[in-house]
Design a protein around this ligand. Structure first.
Ligand SMILES: Cc1ncc(COP(=O)(O)O)c(C=O)c1O
Length: 459
C-alpha cells in the first residue's frame, strides 16, 4: 500500500489524512483489508501505536471497520468521491461560456481590478477597532445597525429613497433579497408577479421557485409597459426603473406615476431593482421610484455594481407591513449576512470612501462609454448604439444587412472577445442585438477589447 505522508502535519494526523485521501480517491476500495498496524508501522517507519491510534480514529469516523478475526477494512459505505461534472462546477453557465477568451465585454460585472482594496482594508481595520464583542455573535437579522444607518443616509442623499434604518433589511446579495420577497408575497396569498420581458433570467427563476407565477410585461423605449399591468392580475411588479436591464431605457415619468397608482389602487407591491442607479452620465440621476410612494414600493439596492459582486451585500428598504415577515424569512434563510463585511461597508460609506469610489468609477466608465460610442460610429457606422445614458453596458442594435446576433457573437469569439446578445435576456427580435458591458474589463484590457468589438462589427 502506497501512502503519501505530508511532512508538515503530526505523524498520526498525517497518516489519517493519507488514509482518508486514499479512500476518497478510490485507491482503497470499500472492503479492502488494510495491513495490520504492526506491518504498516514497519513499512512506514512509525511507532505501532501511532498506526493503531490512526486506525482507531478512522474507525470512529466511519472510514474503516475493525472486527476481530477479519482485521481492519475500508468500511463498505466509504465510497470514493465522484468526479465533479463540468455542469455542476460551472454553476453560472452563461457567465462561464467565454471565460477562456482573453477579452470580456459581457455585461453584469464592474471592473473588478478597480475594487478599492486599500480603502476596504482601512475600513475593515476601523470597523474591527470599534466593533463591540457582541457584533460577532448572532445579531439582528435585519443587519448591523451601523450599516442600516449608513445606508439610510446614503440612499436618501444619493437616490432620493425615503429610508428609515429600522425598515432596511441587509441581504446576502440581491438574489437572496428577491427570493425572500417572493416567499413573503406568496405566503401572504400572492400568486403572480409581473416582470419585465427583458431581463436577467435568474430573477425569474428565483421568483418562480419562491412560489409565484411570473408574467412578462413588454418593454419599449419608455420602459416596461405599465398600462398592461391592469390586465395581468398581478400581486406585484418587478421593475428596473432607473436603467432597464438590459435595454438601458429609463422608465418614463408617466409610467413611474402609473406604477405607483396601480399599487395604490390594487394593494399591489412595486419592487424597484436599482442595481446601477449611481452610474448616470449625462444628467442628474433619475431618483428612486420608492421616493414617490414608500408605503407600496420596495427599494432594492446592491453593492455588486458599485463595488463588486463577490461582496454579496444588498439591501431592501421595505414598507412597514412587509418588514416583519421579511425578517422572519431572512432569519430562517441564513440568520444574518456576514457581519465583518457589513461593518466594513458601513465604515466605507460613513468615511466617504464609498462616494469617492463611485465618483471615480463613474468618470472612468463614462470615458469608456464615450470611446465605445465614438469608435463604433466610425468603425461600424451602420449599427445603432442605445441605452448609453447610464450603467455599464450599451445595446448595439444590428441593422438589416448585418450578420445576426449569434453570428456576431461567434465572430467576436474568434477574435478573442466574449460578448452576449439580447436573446440571452429574453429578446425576440429577428436580427437581435449585442449587449456590451464596457465596465467589465480592467483598464489595461479595454482598448484591445474595444478593438476586437470594432473588428467583429466592421461591415
Ligand atoms: C438587473 C440586476 N439586478 C441586480 C443584480 C445584482 O445581483 P446580486 O446583488 O445578487 O449580485 C444584477 C446582477 O447581475 C442584475 O443584473
Amino acid at each position: 500500500m502506497h501512502l503519501e505522508l505530508s511532512s508538515g502535519a503530526g505523524l498520526r494526523s498525517g497518516l489519517e489524512t493519507a488514509l482518508r485521501d486514499a479512500v476518497r480517491d478510490g485507491r482503497l476500495a470499500p472492503g479492502t483489508r488494510l495491513p495490520s498496524s504492526r506491518a504498516l508501522a514497519r513499512d512506514l517507519g512509525l511507532a505501532r501505536n501511532t498506526v493503531a491510534e490512526a486506525y482507531g480514529q478512522l474507525v470512529a469516523e466511519g472510514w474503516l471497520t475493525a472486527r476481530q478475526g477479519s482485521g481492519t477494512r475500508v468500511a463498505p459505505g466509504a465510497r470514493p468521491q465522484q468526479p465533479v461534472s463540468t455542469s455542476v462546477a460551472l454553476a453560472f453557465p452563461d457567465q462561464a461560456a467565454g471565460t477562456h477568451l482573453p477579452y470580456d465585454l459581457r455585461p453584469g460585472k464592474p471592473d473588478l481590478s478597480s475594487f478599492p482594496r486599500t480603502a476596504w482594508v482601512a475600513a475593515t481595520r476601523q470597523a474591527m477597532a470599534k466593533a463591540p464583542h457582541d457584533a460577532f455573535g448572532y445579531t439582528d437579522p435585519r443587519g448591523r445597525v451601523e450599516l442600516r444607518e449608513a445606508l439610510a443616509e446614503y440612499l436618501s442623499r444619493v437616490r432620493g429613497v425615503r429610508a428609515n434604518p429600522d425598515l432596511i433589511l441587509v441581504c446576502t446579495g440581491y438574489v437572496q433579497a428577491i427570493g425572500l420577497l417572493g416567499r413573503v408575497l406568496a405566503e401572504r396569498g400572492g400568486q403572480r408577479i409581473a416582470v419585465e420581458a427583458l431581463g436577467f433570467s435568474d430573477t425569474r427563476t428565483v421568483l418562480r421557485e419562491s412560489g409565484l407565477a411570473t408574467t412578462d410585461l413588454p418593454v419599449d423605449e419608455y420602459g416596461a409597459d405599465i398600462g398592461s399591468l391592469a390586465d395581468v392580475g398581478a400581486d406585484a411588479v418587478l421593475l428596473t426603473p432607473a436603467h432597464q436591464f438590459p435595454s438601458g431605457v429609463a422608465l418614463s415619468p408617466e409610467r413611474r406615476t402609473a406604477a405607483v397608482e396601480w399599487a395604490h389602487a390594487t394593494g399591489g407591491v412595486v419592487i424597484e431593482d436599482d442595481y446601477d442607479g449611481e452610474f448616470r452620465y449625462d444628467r442628474q440621476p433619475v431618483g428612486a421610484l420608492q421616493g414617490l410612494d414608500p408605503a407600496n414600493v420596495v427599494y432594492a439596492g446592491t453593492a455588486s455594481k458599485s463595488l463588486a459582486p463577490g461582496i454579496r451585500l444588498a439591501w431592501l428598504v421595505l414598507p412597514e407591513r412587509l418588514m416583519e415577515p421579511l425578517v422572519r424569512q431572512k432569519r430562517f434563510a441564513d440568520r444574518q449576512s456576514p457581519v465583518v463585511d457589513q461593518l466594513a461597508l458601513a465604515e466605507l460609506i460613513v468615511g466617504g470612501a464609498y462616494d469617492r469610489h463611485v465618483r471615480r468609477m463613474r468618470s472612468r466608465y463614462r470615458l469608456r462609454r464615450d470611446r465605445l460610442v465614438s469608435a463604433l460610429a466610425t468603425r461600424a457606422p451602420g449599427v445603432r448604439v442605445s441605452g448609453i445614458a447610464a450603467g455599464m453596458h450599451v445595446v448595439v442594435e444590428l441593422p438589416d444587412g448585418y450578420p445576426s446576433e449569434g453570428e456576431l457573437i461567434e465572430r467576436a469569439a474568434r477574435l478573442g472577445l466574449a460578448v452576449t446578445g439580447m436573446h440571452m435576456y429574453g429578446g425576440t427580435g429577428e436580427r437581435g442585438a449585442l449587449v456590451v458591458g464596457y465596465g467589465t474589463p480592467p483598464d489595461h484590457a479595454f482598448s484591445a477589447a474595444l478593438e476586437a468589438l470594432c473588428a467583429a462589427l466592421a461591415p
